[in-house]
Write a protein of this length. Structure first.
Length: 85
């Protein structure tokens, strides 16, 4: 990431006031590596922010190739109704 935008990266701006967060990430995502979500999870733990991190096995960006059921479970936990195409 460019130096001028680095201060705005979400991982560098987590505080105790950060809202509860749902992250769903494909393990084979080549646009945004799953490690980025793992780093966010570390910050959430550090600051006591409630979060759910659901990994979609073999899921690419937009979860292509992933198991639809793995997407539906975490969203249902949050009260979100999904229809995965």
């Amino acid at each position: 990431m460019a130096k001028d935008t680095a201060p705005y990266e979400p991982v560098k701006n987590v505080t105790r006031e950060y809202p509860p967060t749902l992250m769903i990430h494909g393990t084979q995502d080549t646009d945004r590596p799953v490690e980025e979500s793992l780093k966010m999870a570390e910050q959430f733990k550090r600051y006591g922010v409630p979060y759910i991190l659901a990994s979609i096995d073999k899921g690419e960006h937009c979860f292509t190739g992933g198991d639809r059921a793995q997407i539906e479970v975490p969203t249902a936990q949050c009260g979100i109704h999904t229809q995965v195409a």
